[in-house]
Design a protein around this ligand. Structure first.
Ligand SMILES: [Zn+2]
Ligand SMILES: [Zn+2]
Length: 286
């Protein structure tokens, strides 16, 4: 007796081990009829416009790199995307295109149907992006700032960039905002104690710094103590050979620099060796 092969009632494809039928449908027709994911409304992605944290379930997660941001967006989608039927189980979701604030994202979904067959399916999903301050940014936004560390450098290098990123992580609760300037950053800090702590870290990392403290909008309390926003100007004097330097009103060119001294050349071509500490004392920012 020949055994009659079963086939898909929609497209007629015969069942075999590579084409298992589910409810008398081949996997392709099953997904065409039922869909793979429920997409009745756009997926909500809640993110913090300040620090790019993404809300997943009840948790806010902060990315450190672009790649981490993308994988958080992917996790947020995985969290809220529902299978189209109870027979479908998601195995893997991969974003094929990620563009922040794009209304559509392309997903590749790997899913099993009735635990019988695994399918891979590409799917554009509509996304609505919602801006919301994360709890720590919200806290900081309400705080205002009592101090500004005006960090400036002579020469930009990767050490400065790394230090800035480290500060942001280290003092996430206290740094209200960082404004970029041509030769540095204004680091707005919620309290003066932390501002001084930051300055000490800078002093420890670079021996060659000039620090000037001042108060803005200064007032005096009845007890005679002054208060006002604290401004600390911190200039990292990381000169390198060839830089111009003005000391005591005269211009020089830096010839060489080492840990404790630097050699400068005046307009007559004379080489002058100078202690770093003396240089810092004589240096006045333009
Ligand atoms: Zn079919
Ligand atoms: Zn945030």
């Amino acid at each position: 007796m020949p055994k009659y092969a079963r086939f898909c009632i929609r497209c007629g494809k015969v069942e075999d081990e590579n084409n298992v039928l589910i409810n008398n449908l081949c996997p392709n027709c099953y997904i065409e009829i039922y869909g793979i994911a429920r997409l009745d409304k756009p997926l909500r992605i809640i993110h913090c416009p300040r620090c790019y944290s993404i809300k997943i379930g009840d948790k806010w997660l902060r990315p450190n790199t672009q790649e981490e941001l993308y994988s958080l967006i992917q996790a947020a989608i995985a969290e809220s995307l529902q299978p189209a039927t109870s027979e479908i189980t998601f195995i893997d979701l991969t974003l094929k295109s990620v563009e922040l604030y794009s209304p559509t994202l392309e997903l590749e979904i790997t899913a099993s149907i009735s635990n019988k067959v695994v399918v891979k399916h590409r799917l554009p999903v509509s996304v609505s992006w919602h801006k919301q301050l994360c709890p720590s940014c919200f806290k900081r936004a309400g705080k205002g700032y009592d101090a500004v560390v005006q960090l400036r450098y002579i020469n930009y290098d990767s050490e400065i960039e790394r230090f800035k990123n480290w500060l942001v992580e280290m003092f996430a609760e206290d740094i209200v905002e960082i404004d970029e300037h041509k030769n540095g950053y204004d680091i707005k800090v919620s309290n003066q104690f932390v501002a001084r702590k930051i300055v000490n870290f800078i002093r420890r990392k670079w021996s060659c710094v000039k620090i000037i403290e001042s108060y803005g909008d200064q007032r005096r309390r009845r007890d005679g103590r002054r208060y006002g926003r604290l401004y600390i100007s911190v200039r990292i004097l990381n000169f390198k050979p060839g830089d111009y330097i003005v000391l005591g009103g005269k211009a020089y060119i830096v010839d060489s620099v080492d840990e404790h001294s630097l050699t400068i050349i005046d307009s007559n071509g004379n080489r002058i060796r100078m202690n770093i500490k003396d240089m810092i004392k004589m240096y006045a920012p333009a």
